[in-house]
Design a protein around this ligand. Structure first.
Ligand SMILES: Cc1ncc(COP(=O)(O)O)c(C=O)c1O
Length: 448
């Protein structure tokens, strides 16, 4: 007889997985009855927390009415309604939403949109390269991984990846030019121009960036004029600017979208995660008038699509999620609770020997760990600090999102703190207490 664990292809056979029975609000509960505060909303997805009866009811009603239709032949009211609600939140004339099922599909869609835009607009066949940055994450499919600037994820699949260029990240804690924020002149933004000239502007179709970095260097963000410079460079060389809002979007950084913090308008926005708060797979690419008009006037057809893109069930979920975000002042709460959480982290763990940096906006915060605070020397990879923190965190009842490679692509441990956006002050306190205990437990073990 098969055991229950025989058939599931696990992501990591060296990890011991607790089995989750159910979730309620900010908490998850496993089959042993243990409670965990979800300090990362799974993967910055469950932005309204777990077990919402309100969302479940809408799902059930839509599933009974019609769960699936295909975008190639039909449209549905949930898709129309959701697109309109997204357009109400996005800046300027980014009003046209192409639905897919998640973040990697959204960035893949953006790659193809850029390519087809130039083909449609003036028949240009040479423009196809998308420039991205090192220490970035844009997804795990072959196209989106070609954008992602995470050497540890790319290494095994190197021969399969596209030859997309990567530039220096905006990562002030470890500025590659050794500059300080107040006097840097956004030097890393000008790297974009150098890369465009190196590749030839006639070959470059787009530039993609996460306004506030997610899992690759959690919470890192550039100086204020960085994206204004990016916008100018893109306009100068006729290149589309894609804002990857998969994690930042829908209130995560204390504004509707990450790019709103910089008062810049992109050409394309990639969305996912928070749009459905994890209740159903959903994503999209939002484009501006400039792009949609070229498609409308040109062939009229975007040669792209996936089976589940724009399915009515996911769109109905997205629609109620955006209603709740508006009704409950979720974006404002993210800003307030984010400021509180950051301040408390700085007070409670900021001076700890292994805490190098605490950064981020809204409820997208990152903590980077170091062996030596003064030199910023990271721990050796063999210490496996990030896994130790995650494991000890679970034992202490807190779910953390670990990551590595932030220092020199191999070394450098960090955690991403992205709790549900509807948390209260009491939850903020609980996260800080449990994280502090976890850091103390782990560092005691390492140095003893
Ligand atoms: C900024 C960003 N882009 C793209 C993705 C890929 O999204 P998905 O995991 O839904 O494919 C992620 C996922 O974490 C992300 O954070």
């Amino acid at each position: 007889m098969r055991k229950k664990e025989d058939c599931l292809f696990l992501r990591d056979y060296k990890w011991e997985y607790p089995e989750i029975e159910y979730g309620k609000g900010v908490y998850l509960y496993d089959t042993e009855g243990r409670e965990y505060i979800d300090a990362c909303a799974g993967a910055a997805a469950a932005n309204l927390g777990h077990g919402s009866g309100e969302i479940a009811q809408v799902m059930a009603e839509q599933a009974k009415r019609v769960a699936f239709t295909h975008l190639s032949r039909f449209v549905t009211r949930p898709a129309y309604e959701l697109a309109e609600k997204v357009a109400e939140m996005t800046p300027a004339d980014l009003n046209y939403v192409y639905f897919v099922s998640g973040g990697s599909e959204a960035t893949e869609t953006a790659i193809k949109l850029c390519r087809q835009y130039f083909l449609e607009r003036d028949g240009v066949t040479s423009k196809y390269k998308i420039i991205s940055r090192w220490r970035s994450y844009h997804g795990n499919t072959i196209g989106s991984l070609s954008l992602s600037g995470k050497p540890d994820l790319r290494k095994k699949y190197g021969p399969l990846l596209l030859d997309f260029p990567h530039i220096t990240p905006a990562y002030c804690y470890r500025c590659e030019y050794g500059l300080t924020c107040d006097k840097c002149g956004s030097r890393c933004a000008w790297d974009l121009e150098k890369a465009i000239l190196r590749e030839g502007p006639e070959n470059v179709a787009g530039f993609i960036a996460e306004p506030i970095t997610g899992s690759a260097a959690p919470g890192a963000y550039p100086v204020k004029d960085y994206y204004k410079i990016v916008r100018e460079i893109c306009d100068k060389y006729d290149i589309l600017f894609i804002s990857d809002e998969v994690m930042n979007g829908f209130g995560r950084t204390g504004t509707n979208f990450g790019i709103d913090n910089f008062d810049v308008i992109p050409d394309i926005m990639c969305i996912a995660k928070g749009i459905s708060s994890g209740y159903s797979p959903l994503g999209g690419a939002v484009v501006s008038e400039k792009i949609i008009s070229v498609f409308r006037k040109g062939s009229g057809s975007f040669t792209h699509g996936h089976t589940y893109g724009g399915n009515p069930l996911s769109c109905a979920v997205g629609s109620v999620v955006l209603d709740i975000i508006k009704r409950d002042g979720i974006v404002e709460n993210s800003k307030r609770m984010g400021e509180l959480l950051k301040a408390k982290l700085q007070n409670e763990i900021g001076s700890h020997a292994i805490v190098g940096d605490i950064r981020g906006m809204g409820l997208q915060l990152g903590v980077e760990f170091v062996k030596d605070k003064n030199t910023k020397e990271p721990f050796e990879k063999s210490v496996n600090l990030k896994s130790k923190l995650t494991k000890r965190g679970l034992e202490n009842g807190i779910v953390l999102y670990p990551g590595g490679g932030s220092a020199d692509t191999v070394r450098g441990d960090h955690i991403l703190l992205t709790p549900p956006l509807n948390i209260s002050e009491a939850h903020v306190d609980e996260i800080v207490v449990k994280l502090k205990k976890t850091i103390e437990d782990v560092s005691r073990n390492i140095f003893d």
